[in-house]
Design a protein around this ligand. Sequence first.
Ligand code: COA
Length: 169
Amino acid sequence: MPQTTAQQVSLRKARVEDVPRIQKLIHIYADQGEMLHRSLNELYETMRDFTIVEEDGKIVACAAIHVTWDDLAELKSVAVAPEAQGRGYGKLVVNRCLDEARELGLRRVFALTYKPEFFAKFGFQIIDRSMLPHKVWGECIKCRKFPNCNETAMMCYLDKREQLAMDGP
Ligand SMILES: CC(C)(COP(=O)(O)OP(=O)(O)OC[C@H]1O[C@@H](n2cnc3c(N)ncnc32)[C@H](O)[C@@H]1OP(=O)(O)O)[C@@H](O)C(=O)NCCC(=O)NCCS
C-alpha cells in the first residue's frame, strides 16, 4: 500500500459515518460534469458497495461495486481527491472492488466512464452499450448530459483478468 513515514493510510470498507465525506469527494467531480451526483439517501442505501482510502483520517479515495445481475456488477463512483492523485490510490480502490466482485462470484464488471485509458489499465475493454442491461440506463435520467451522453462503456471479464495475472507480463 502506498505510504510515507508521515502518513497513516488505510484501505477499508465504508462505514456509515463516512457517507457525508464520500459525497463531498464525489461531488468535487460531479460539479465539473465528470461524474454523477449522488444523494445522501442513495449513498446510505448503497454504502456497503463502497471501499475507501483514508489518509491521516481524511477520505482521499472511493469506489463502489454494485451488483446488477447474476454475473454482472458495475464499478462506479471512482474518485481520488485532487491533492492525493497520482499516488496509486485509484488503483488500490479499483483492485479491491474487482477482488470483491470475484469473491461475490461475479464474472463481469462494467463501467461507464470519461476516463477509458484509466480503466483499460485494469483489463477493461470498450464494449457496445447495447450489451448492458436496460435497467442500467435508469440512472441516466439523473444526469445533466442526458440524452447526449458521451461516456464510454467498458467491460472487465474477471476470469480473463485472472488468467492474465497467472500468465504474467
Ligand atoms: C482517474 C482517477 C480515479 C485516477 O486516480 P489516481 O489515484 O490518480 O490513479 P493512480 O495513481 O492509482 O494511477 C493508476 C494508474 O492509472 C494511470 N492513470 C491515472 N489517471 C489516469 C487517467 N486520467 N488516464 C489514464 N491513466 C491514468 C496512472 O498513470 C497509473 O498507471 P501505472 O499503474 O501504469 O503507473 C483520478 O484522477 C480521479 O479521481 N479523477 C476524477 C474522477 C474520475 O474521472 N473518475 C473516473 C471514473 S468516471
